[in-house]
Design a protein around this ligand. Sequence first.
Ligand code: UFG
Length: 340
Amino acid sequence: MRKILVTGGTGYIGSHTAIELINQGYQPLLIDNLSNSKMDRLDQIEKITGVRPEFEKIEMCDGEQMKELFSRHQDIEAVIHFAAVLQVGESVEKPLFYYRNNLVSTLNLLDSMNGSGIRPIVFSSSCTVYGNPDTLPVTENAPVKEAVSPYGNTKKMCEDIIRDSTISTTIQAISLRYFNPIGNHLSALIGEEPHGEPTHLVPYLTQTARGIRPHLNIFGNDYNTPDGTCLRDYIHVVDLAKAHIAAIERLLDNKQDKNYEVFNIGTGIGYSVLEMVQAFEKATGMPVPFKFAPRRSGDVEAVYADTHAAEKSLGWKAELGLEDMFRSAWEWEQTLEHHS
Ligand code: UFG
């Protein structure tokens, strides 16, 4: 079995990807510093797949730990790199922590890969690099805009670092620019566990439906969109996880056109915040009280993906719709005991 290193492997997207890797016959080696996830993810992955993935607690900012990891596991064939700190608001408060953590971990990873002759890496990037795009749907050729947060900037900078590494080393890379990942594995055994008051829309929706929050604040209803609220491209995390398998196989099979490629990973459909509230109510039968609130600083008006490149080159297309996303998010919400 081919061993794939998954950094941030016990996190929200990392653990969903580990499941898909196991389902496709790969052997994921998960590493994480457990700063934003727990070891019990391994039990849940085992329950879902019947396989307990190998795990090591690693601090990626420590170059020695990374070198030792790669010398212990000389059979790693490829890397999927999720590990990062990722709260937009926190990144504004602690920019140096964000830059140091997300950049140094990536540099150490690339150094170790280079030292061990490992070629393929799939990087977890974000549509945040497009900022407020000039044309929609946004293609991979759209200009990368100045980031609105240090977090967003670390995604852009890591993309640049990885791209430049592919020029003079044997490293070959694909950056996947995710749109808005939501939902959970259909087993409701794993999912996103927001700490404190959620910042993302869907955890806020599910907590409001459950009565933990009195109402949802919809940030801005005066945008230049059909109903005045922002448009986003929401993608089911299981579809997103599958895109990583397609990308890693493209690299392992030497099918890439260039040493560095970028693909949008979304559904291609933009939904407004109001449409999301209505679709959630329809899918779950749960009412969601909401109020209009002022615009949130840093929000872009509208962004959704042109997905043709991913369809053509990765042979990947999102399959799950809003109903699957909301049903799974709602089922997961009801398993979270720490809120009640
Ligand atoms: N929203 C609300 N009320 C809330 C939460 C969100 O109205 O309580 C709205 C936002 O204004 C936005 C939409 O719901 O219009 C989606 O917001 P999220 O916070 O769920 O997601 P973002 O689009 O802000 O997040 C995306 C990516 C992040 C990235 C960020 C910054 O998911 O990884 O863009 O560019 F960092």
